[in-house]
Write a protein that binds this ligand. Structure first.
Ligand code: F6P
Length: 553
């Protein structure tokens, strides 16, 4: 007979709850418990997370909390903050929390070559960054022709782009930027061509952001930027217009960037957790140092909450348990993020890497199949825009898609009435998903409007909303830098808790390797006259057709 562990029993209890009639119903839970909204809302100061619009009742919450305990989330959290090598396949800690901690926080981190004094190292590099930012802002550091820099161009991809780009946009959209920020990630030359038309090389500071400093796209784009600067200002001018943000100091030196303009970090910072590191230099240059520091402080506040709060009141843990309920118990495979805030329009794109690169895994830490669903597909757009594109499916489609709504109570613009329209729509979408609209209600409405019975028969089925569609609402006072920091760290820790529950490594990304290797093999084949490689029939035919269309058959 197969051995059943306490953890298996915790999963079994959840499966039993899922098998109850009406397990997906949410409305009856409100009817049964007038205090439900309060009981299923947790806060960290003004940051409010309401998970009451889900089908999790008191019994299910207890079962989910048991699961977290049985899965060893407490032990994982301790090991994470102790700087243990939680990234087991690479022998590294995941100590991004040190980047937002004070120098004397005493956070250490494991690496294959020893233990690093992570918080002290991070603080020392932060001091260098602050000094650099001050010198750019006060004009001490200028371009080769003596003009002050008015633009920072961040060249990087993945974690070296998505986080800094999202945060820079979020923090400069309301109040403007100290320095105009541009981001170049894709190796599609169109992006660089457009920037070269727009930017003045004499006033542009280029940041090459790459943890490894080997990423093909980034290196190609950095060379393009170098040639552009050299062409406009002369080769000797190039060095002063570049800074590098990387762990690979040797490769940076080979590229020719002066040590004074290189900001380093160690391998205990994962790429998708690096916006708090020197990779966030574009945020500090564009939004100002104090704003960047407030972002770090917000991340730190969430770290302390995650580290210390009981699971039942722990925001990252609660969000993770809601996800477990939806993914593993209810079988939902997609997750939508709707920030009712234009400043967060890049937030879903950022979360796609954070969540899907971290937890898009099917093998457990012990190398065996994980045996249950892991990360869902994450997508999203700002509200209200989303209401006019894909929300039709979320309301009436054949699959249930849990939604996260994000909303600030106070805007940072001078159109308060517009903010109320925005907020009304956020609340209304969540309410509509929950409440639905029955056929009887629709029939009564149409009849009251004078529609003939035959027309009502035809119209009514199309207007039914099932309701009981789950959502979580994350409400906060303002989207300032501190709160953005709290939000990012909230999702970071949620992702880590999910990984611990599923028993997977959330901190590696082997799944991106194969495509990179194959692209390296295909690239020489695409050159005129090159020999054909060995491929499946489709890929071989497409490469041949590609060359044919280019007139190079
Ligand atoms: O896409 C894979 C990946 O390794 C990401 O994890 C990372 O954020 C991105 O590439 C960029 O890597 P780097 O910062 O080393 O250029």
């Amino acid at each position: 007979m197969e051995h059943t562990t306490i953890l298996d029993e915790a999963w079994l209890r959840l499966a039993t709850l899922a098998a109850r009639p009406d397990a997906a119903a949410i409305r009856p839970l409100f009817a049964a418990d007038p205090d439900r909204a309060r009981r299923f809302t947790a806060t960290l100061d003004d940051l409010t997370v309401d998970v009451s619009k889900t089908a999790i009742d008191g019994e299910a919450l207890v079962a989910l909390l048991d699961l977290a305990h049985e899965a060893g989330v407490e032990g994982f959290r301790r090991r994470l903050f102790a700087g243990a090598a939680v990234n087991a396949t690479e022998g590294r800690a995941a100590m991004h929390m040190a980047l937002r901690a004070p120098a004397d926080a005493g956070l250490h981190a494991a690496l294959p070559d020893g233990i690093d004094d992570a918080s002290a190292r991070a603080a020392a590099e932060r001091d260098r960054m602050r000094d650099f930012v001050a010198r750019v802002h006060d004009g001490t550091l200028r371009g080769a022709t003596g003009q002050v820099f008015d633009t920072v161009l961040n060249i990087g991809i993945g974690g070296s782009d998505l986080g800094p780009r999202m945060a820079t946009e979020a923090l400069t959209l309301a109040h403007g930027a100290r320095l105009r920020a541009r981001f170049l990630s894709n190796v599609d030359g169109t992006g660089f061509a457009a920037l070269a038309r727009e930017l003045d090389p004499a006033r542009t500071l280029v940041l090459v952001a790459s943890k490894t400093f080997t990423t093909l796209e980034t290196m190609e784009n950095a060379q393009a930027a170098r040639a552009w600067l050299a062409g406009a200002l002369g080769e000797p001018a190039v060095g002063g217009h570049f800074a590098a943000l990387s762990t690979n100091l040797k490769a940076v030196a080979a590229f020719g960037i002066a040590p004074g303009q290189v900001f380093g970090f160690r391998d205990w910072v994962g790429g998708r957790y690096s916006l708090w590191s020197p990779v966030g230099l574009s945020i500090a240059l564009a939004a100002g140092w104090d704003t960047f520091q407030a972002l770090l402080d917000g991340g730190r506040a969430m770290d302390l909450h995650f580290r210390d709060a009981d699971f039942a009141a722990n925001l990252p843990v609660l969000l993770a348990l809601v996800d477990v309920w939806h993914i593993n118990v209810m079988g939902y495979r997609n997750h939508c993020v709707l920030a009712y805030d234009d400043r967060l329009r890049r937030f879903p794109a950022y979360l796609q890497q954070l969540e899907m690169e971290s937890n898009g895994k099917s093998v457990a830490l012990d190398g065996r199949p994980v045996g249950r669903a892991t990360c869902p597909v994450i997508f999203g757009e700002p509200g209200t825009d989303a209401q006019h594109s894909f929300m039709q499916l979320v309301h009436q489609g054949t699959q249930v898609v849990p939604v996260d709504f994000l909303l600030a109570a106070l805007p940072d613009h001078d159109r308060p009435a517009a903010h109320l329209v925005l907020a009304a729509n956020a609340f209304a979408q969540a309410e509509a998903l929950l409440r639905g609209r029955t056929e009887a209600e629709i029939r009564a409405e149409l009849a009251a409007g004078g529609m003939p019975p035959a027309a009502i028969d035809a119209a009514a089925p199309h207007r039914v909303f099932s309701g009981d569609r789950p959502s979580t609402t994350i409400l906060f006072r303002r989207l300032d830098a501190f709160t953005l920091g709290r939000l990012i760290a909230l999702y970071e820790h949620k992702v880590a808790v999910l990984g611990a529950i599923w028993g997977i490594n959330s901190f590696d990304q082997w799944g991106v390797e194969l495509g990179k290797v194959l692209a390296g093999g295909i690239l020489p084949e695409l050159k005129r006259g090159a020999k054909r490689g060995v491929h499946d029939g489709s890929t071989a035919a497409l490469i041949a057709r590609f060359k044919d269309l280019r007139g190079e058959a």
